[in-house]
Write a protein that binds this ligand. Structure first.
Ligand code: GDP
Ligand code: MG
Length: 302
């Protein structure tokens, strides 16, 4: 299945709800019409794009429609597509991992898909001929390290894990040492999404972060926040907190196959100013797609 088809397939739920409605509205467009813009705004909000972002997008569309005197659905659709793409096209969506080793720290609340995403990334890097090491930094539950071990076996890569309840920063420390000794290209660190309280979690992430900086100064590093698309605007609130405490270089938006509200991609990019780098559209190894703004919008509107 091609890349574009895979996105379309993954977004089938979103498409059924939102796209059909949007396309119906767009097809009936015959010229500037306030009712049309209001209805469009509502549809976008229902798709989880967020009130602010929907208003911004529609306002831009109004302006360009007035200026260019659009009278056809085709023209409106092209203009909307450009506006939506512009909103999500932030910086470079590609990973920067040029140093050896480089590090990916994967963070986010419980159950969003961190460990699964790490497994998918490990398989992808492996396929690119990279030597990968996984670090089982979620020591809160023994099952977390087990789950990561299954992925490490599948990807045929090394894993460093300690006992349940041990210090995650120590796991990361050992992981980095092992990666150096074994000449690994990428170290991917899993983390816990839930501790006894929020400040514990943020302190722990902070400590892990300092260990990475200290042990690998100057190394390329990605801090990826994983967000579950089905949690909608709630996910956005979490993201704001993680951004404040941990710093982010990118977002991975998972479970886009399971939600009818793919608009959350726009809300996140617009509100956080952090690029979405990957989207998850299923539980299998190849269900992680590099995020391509234009293709995403095309797949959504087609
Ligand atoms: N449908 C779907 N399920 C996913 C996706 N990513 C992860 N999951 C599932 O979400 C659940 C929680 O994932 P896990 O990686 O354990 O989350 P973690 O607690 O953040 O590490 C598992 O059942 C995964 O298979 C995705 O993109 N789509
Ligand atoms: Mg996990």
């Amino acid at each position: 299945m091609g890349f574009f088809d895979k996105i379309k397939d993954g977004l089938s739920k979103t498409k059924k709800n939102v796209t059909n409605q949007l396309n119906g509205m767009i097809a009936s467009f015959t010229g500037e019409n306030e009712g049309f813009f209001e209805e469009l705004e509502e549809t976008l909000i229902m798709a989880d794009i967020g009130v602010e972002t929907a208003m911004k997008a529609v306002e831009r569309l109004r302006e360009v429609t007035r200026r260019e005197g659009y009278r056809s659905g085709g023209a409106i659709k092209a203009a909307l597509s450009d506006i939506l793409t512009e909103i999500i096209d932030i910086d470079d969506a590609h990973l920067r991992l040029d140093t050896k080793p480089s590090v990916i720290l994967v963070i986010g609340v419980n159950g969003v898909g961190k460990t699964t995403t790490i497994g998918k990334l490990a398989m992808r890097f492996k396929g690119e001929g990279k030597k990968v090491l996984l670090c089982a930094g979620d020591t809160f539950r023994a099952a977390a390290a087990e789950q990561l071990t299954v992925w490490a076996d599948r990807a045929g890569c090394d894993i460093v894990r300690h006992e349940e309840g041990s210090d995650p920063a120590a796991v990361v420390f050992d992981g980095i040492a092992a990666a150096r000794a074994r000449g690994c290209d990428v170290v991917i660190c899993d983390t816990a999404g839930r501790l006894h309280n929020k400040s514990n979690l943020m302190n722990e992430l902070n400590k892990i972060s300092r260990i990475i900086d200290r042990e690998l100064p100057g190394a390329d590093r990605e801090n990826l926040l994983v967000i579950d698309a089905t949690t909608g605007q709630n996910g956005l609130q979490q993201a704001k907190q993680f951004k404040e405490y941990a710093g982010l270089t990118g977002i991975v938006l998972t479970k886009l196959d399971g939600t009818a509200r793919g608009g959350i991609v726009f809300a996140i990019a617009d509100n956080l100013g952090v690029p979405v780098k990957f989207i998850g559209v299923g539980e299998q190894a190849d269900d992680l797609l590099s995020f391509e703004p234009r293709q995403f919008v095309d797949a959504l509107l087609e």
